[in-house]
Design a protein around this ligand. Structure first.
Ligand code: ADP
Length: 602
């Protein structure tokens, strides 16, 4: 198959591109807004849940220091700090309480911030003896209020959330009780999520994160002053706080932020601890994926549209080409037909010329054949003329003698005989003249009987010379056909002459001419009792120059057949069962004379 490359026109392609871009922009924008909204709503709920979880986790410890602060065992320990038995009791008590509440550590500070009893008293890393006067939670409690503070444990290095409460005796703060909670417990349940749940301090430093990599990083770079403040507070001990270098407004309640080449939807919520900010960072990859899918879908859809348009155009183009090809082929055909017609006309002209030349030649041939027949006849004709001539001579000589003897009656008789003989001679000469004359080839309505009789008359001397009988079977009523009388006579003479020649060595010499009509045709049959035709020659008989005779021309039958065909008739030959040949001329009867002819045959 031929490959046709068809593309859409430039304006159509441009419109297509414009529509494609328009659809892309609008649908991508819509999808972005929709997905963003969805992401925001669903993650706001998640953030609320995270905040609630955080508050509830922290909340369970918030009143415990206050409860402990009133216990006499705690107060006693502070009042008798050197009573080791008392301290030992207090240590075990704190250990039990710590275990029950599930806190990280529970410990008791004296009024200068030194740990005198702790739940981890038996551990290597026990707080006992450590001074935490620098911690804000101590300072707040010392001032008489409950304190809360987040920091890295100076002994454990673990993140802790500290709840403190002053222990008062006689309206004086004699010590501080502290419960420390391990913050890593909060993150545990949120670590598997694809969003990042964070809690940041007032300096935007992350101290709770579901992603450990983001822990202790600041959202934005810290100023050197802030950095120093952080170091001084010892909240993060000596940790070097690095920045995540986030691009975007980190304080906006809901916004898009870029972190290390990735975009996140950022949502903020303030927790119970007003200094904190609870945040969620949601990767927007799902939105981008959805938009990519949409772009792909729209692109495919438009490509499909384009393809369909190209196919339709290609189809149209092919159809146009086909129509053009058909028109071309038609034109070509018409041209060829024209060429052929003119060639044909030239051929017809040529043929007409050839035919007229052939007709002329035929005429010449007919004439030659006629003369040939005349030549054959000449011997018997001259015999036929010589006989009356010598009779005339003797009648004339006798007439002279009778005149001398004055026998006038005898003279008259002789003269009458002479006259009748000359009439006969004139008749013979007229027949010869008529036979020798040229035909003009024009077909005319003729009666067949006189033609057959004329041929017979012409052949009579030869028949006589050959001692041959000729029987005529002619219907009384004239049978008329359209023919050239001269040519038809010549054919019959020809057939009779052939018949005579075939019977030269026959003992019984008989020729019959039968004229009849059958199924709208007239039939002239010439039958002889001669040698007949050899079977092998039957098919060649009518070929020009076919002859079995030494001096024959072989033209008689072929010319006769052509003449008969010109008259719309046929000439055929066959052998008779009784011996001899049978030649049949068939000629169509005239339609108007049909009835007449039928009657004539009866
Ligand atoms: P030609 O008489 O010069 O041979 P024709 O065309 O008249 O040419 O005849 C062709 C041949 O047909 C003859 O040579 C002869 O063999 C055969 N033929 C024609 N008429 C007869 C007949 N009546 N009987 C037998 N053979 C015939």
């Amino acid at each position: 198959m031929r490959l046709i490359t068809v593309s859409l026109s430039r304006p159509v392609t441009l419109i297509w591109l414009f529509l494609y871009c328009l659809t892309l922009v609008f649908s991508a924008h819509w999808l972005w807004l929709f997905s963003y909204q969805q992401l925001q709503t669903s993650n706001q709920q998640q953030l609320d849940r995270f905040g609630y979880h955080l508050d509830s986790q922290l909340g369970q410890f918030s009143y415990i220091p206050q409860l402990l602060s009133g216990q006499s065992i705690i107060i006693k320990a502070l009042l008798t700090p050197h009573n080791s038995a008392q301290l030992d009791l207090t240590n075990r008590h704190l250990e039990t309480i710590n275990q029950i509440i599930g806190a990280s550590d529970t410990y008791l500070l004296d009024n200068i911030g030194t740990t005198i009893a702790a739940s981890n008293w038996s551990k290597k890393s026990t707080f006992i003896g450590n001074n935490f006067a620098f911690r804000p939670y101590f300072q707040t409690a010392k001032a008489g209020s409950s304190g809360r503070h987040f920091a890295l444990g100076s002994t454990s290095g673990k993140r802790g959330y500290y709840f403190s409460f002053p222990i008062k005796y006689a309206a004086e703060v004699i010590g501080v009780i502290v419960v420390k909670m391990d913050l890593s417990l909060i993150e545990k349940d949120w670590a598997a999520k694809k969003q990042r749940f964070l809690v940041t301090d007032p300096n935007n430093i992350i101290f709770i994160s579901s992603d450990p990599d983001w822990l202790f990083k600041s959202l934005s770079p810290l100023t050197s002053q802030t950095h120093q403040q952080v170091l001084n507070s010892r909240r993060y001990l000596d940790l070097d706080i690095k920045s995540l270098a986030i691009t975007g407004d980190i304080n906006k309640a809901s916004t898009l932020l870029k972190v290390a080449n990735k975009y996140y939807l950022s949502l903020i919520k303030t927790g119970n601890d007003k200094q904190w900010k609870i945040r969620v960072f949601v990767p927007i990859t799902s939105i981008l994926f959805n938009i990519s899918m949409l772009i792909l879908f729209i692109t495919l859809f438009y490509m499909l549209l384009y393809l369909v348009a190209v196919i339709v155009k290609q189809h149209k183009h092919r159809r146009e080409e086909q129509i053009l090809a058909t028109a071309k082929a038609k034109q070509q055909l018409e041209f060829t037909v024209m060429q052929r017609t003119s060639a044909l006309q030239a051929e017809i002209l040529e043929r007409e010329k050839a035919e007229s030349a052939l007709r002329a030649t035929q005429k010449e041939l007919i004439q030659s054949a006629k003369l040939a027949v005349l030549g054959q006849l000449s011997a018997s004709i001259s015999h036929e003329l010589n006989n009356p001539l010598s009779a005339i001579r003797s009648y004339a000589e006798n007439a002279v003698l009778f005149l001398n003897k004055n026998k006038l009656n005898d003279v008259e008789n002789n003269l009458i005989r002479i006259t009748s003989l000359t009439v006969r001679m004139a008749k013979i000469s007229a027949q010869l003249k008529s036979f020798a004359r040229k035909s003009d080839g024009e077909l005319q309505i003729v009666s067949l009987q006189p033609i057959i009789l004329a041929a017979h008359e012409l052949l009579k001397p030869q028949l006589k010379a050959n001692q041959t009988d000729l029987l005529l079977h002619l219907p009384n009523k004239p049978i008329k056909v359209k023919a050239d009388a001269i040519q038809l006579e010549q054919i019959i003479v020809n057939l009779l002459s052939n018949a005579l020649q075939s019977m030269q060595n026959s003992q019984h010499k008989l020729i019959e001419i039968k004229l009849s009509i059958e199924s709208k045709h007239a039939f002239i049959k010439v039958l002889d009792s001669g040698t007949g035709i050899q079977e092998k020659y039957l098919s060649m008989l009518f070929e020009p120059f076919f002859t079995t005779k030494e001096t024959g021309l072989g033209l008689g039958l072929s010319i006769s057949q052509q003449i008969i065909q010109n008259m719309q008739g046929t000439l055929s030959a066959t052998n008779r069962q009784s011996g001899g040949a049978e030649f049949t001329i068939s000629l169509p009867l005239l339609p108007i004379t049909d009835n007449e002819n039928n009657r004539g045959n009866q």
